[in-house]
Design a protein around this ligand. Structure first.
Ligand SMILES: Cc1cc2nc3c(=O)[nH]c(=O)nc-3n(C[C@H](O)[C@H](O)[C@H](O)COP(=O)(O)OP(=O)(O)OC[C@H]3O[C@@H](n4cnc5c(N)ncnc54)[C@H](O)[C@@H]3O)c2cc1C
Length: 389
């Protein structure tokens, strides 16, 4: 990751990707969310694809008649009754809001003396930065594979160059942090370009943010909310994952990755109680709401501390890159670039969390080869030969 300041001066590279290859045998890859989603979608069996209902918007969730499931009503009026809602509906999650309503209704119905369930905050995330993102056709002066950041007071950029297009984000500190959902307009995008358009997109190139914006094929502006929701499930019937449960700034590229790890941890817990997954005895009974509720709580307890730490690390990285105050600016310019310190931090901090990443406990596979550090929970060894892909 190359780094320059707002004037284009080199402030030293960060070699974390190189260290990750050394420790884990593989370096991070940059790929578009669209491509990743496509890979997941295409891996689904046809029978599952046939059951997907795209273009539905969840509007409300209510308890069913027997209180062991829920009824989902969509914006088009269609209704679905189900035992468990798994929410992956993003930072402004409708399901999270509906889950909070269910918990409030539940508490209101309790007889006196019964302990109420905890209630989440209505607005769990705080926005300190907003992001203008721009995608433009790649140019020779920013070669494929370039990762570059521009640091300085009030704003930082991150750029990733692929063969066809380059993506750049400007992370701009707001005058005042807000918990409100803000919908940024075209005028806001243009104001951001007017203020930061002179910044260079990448070290070694003269193209500016303003020129990239003028050449853009796509662009947008989003709030960079931050926070971790206190309670991720309700009554064994609703559970939150991904940005619905926790939201980070993009600086360490950890938001989506942690959402994926949520699913691994969650499915591992669900697998132990699903009828077809464990034993003949389990097959004979459906998991009770209590069993599911306990599994959902185990899922949260396995993930909560990790996402709190990951969110804090990302927030610190965004603060440091935008030179929040003079100590962080000095650290960012003169200390972070020290290679020995980078390797030390990578070995102590990065790996301390990364090696604890869960893997699917019930899917056989082969661990990556070549790294010097082993996962705490290795993959279940393959019991049969499979073709390498
Ligand atoms: C500029 C930027 C760069 C980033 N870079 C990285 C990176 O390098 N690495 C990384 O790991 N993460 C990165 N992230 C974070 C990443 O994009 C998010 O963490 C990730 O997209 C969250 O996935 P999600 O499925 O939880 O939510 P989302 O991606 O927000 O998806 C939510 C989905 O739910 C749907 N939905 C919403 N409401 C409803 C409803 N009522 N009914 C039905 N469907 C609904 C939406 O249409 C959407 O499809 C970045 C974020 C930003 C802003």
């Amino acid at each position: 990751m190359q780094r320059i300041d707002h004037e284009g001066n080199d402030i030293g590279n960060i070699d974390f990707f190189k260290h990750e290859k050394e420790f884990f045998g593989t370096a991070p890859s940059v790929l578009s969310r669209h491509d990743l989603t496509k890979v997941f979608y295409e891996a689904l069996p046809e029978s599952t694809k046939a059951r997907l209902l795209p273009n539905k918007r969840v509007a409300t969730i209510a308890s069913n008649a027997t209180d062991d499931g829920v009824i989902i009503t969509c914006q088009d009026g269609s209704k679905f009754e189900t035992r468990l809602v798994i929410a992956a509906d993003g930072a402004h999650s409708t399901v999270r809001e509906q889950m909070r309503n269910l918990a409030l209704q539940y508490n209101a119905s309790l007889p006196e003396g019964v302990v109420p369930v905890p209630i989440n905050k209505e607005q769990p995330y705080l926005t300190t930065f907003r992001c203008l993102w721009v995608r433009f056709p790649s140019i020779p002066s920013i070669p494929t594979g370039t990762t570059s950041e521009t640091h300085g007071p009030g704003a930082a950029t991150q750029s990733f160059a692929a063969a066809d297009t380059t993506a750049t984000g400007v992370y701009e500190r707001l005058d005042k942090p807000t918990k409100e959902r803000v919908r940024w307009t075209q005028a806001d995008k243009e104001a951001c370009v007017a203020k930061w358009g002179h910044l260079l997109v990448a070290k070694g190139s003269t193209i500016t943010i303003g020129e990239a914006y003028a050449a853009s094929t796509e662009s947008g502006m989003v709030s960079l909310e931050e926070g971790v929701v206190d309670n991720w499930s309700f009554d064994g019937r609703v559970v939150l994952t991904g940005d619905a449960a926790h939201k980070f700034t993009p600086s360490t590229g950890a938001g989506c990755n942690n959402g994926i790890v949520d699913i691994v941890a969650f499915v591992n817990e669900l697998y132990t109680i699903l009828p077809s997954s464990v034993s003949a005895e389990a097959t004979a009974r459906q998991p009770s709401k209590k069993d599911v509720g306990a599994a959902l709580e185990r899922y949260q307890s396995k993930r909560h501390a990790a996402v709190v730490a990951a969110g804090a690390a990302s927030g610190q990285a965004t603060n440091a890159a935008s030179w929040a105050n003079w100590p962080t600016s000095l650290l960012d310019r003169y200390v972070v670039s020290n290679k020995m310190m980078q390797r030390y931090v990578a070995s102590k901090l990065l790996t301390a969390s990364a090696i604890n990443t869960p893997v699917f406990s019930f899917i056989e596979g082969e661990d990556r080869k070549g790294g010097t550090m082993a996962w705490v929970e290795p993959m279940t060894t393959l019991s049969r030969a499979v073709a390498a892909v």
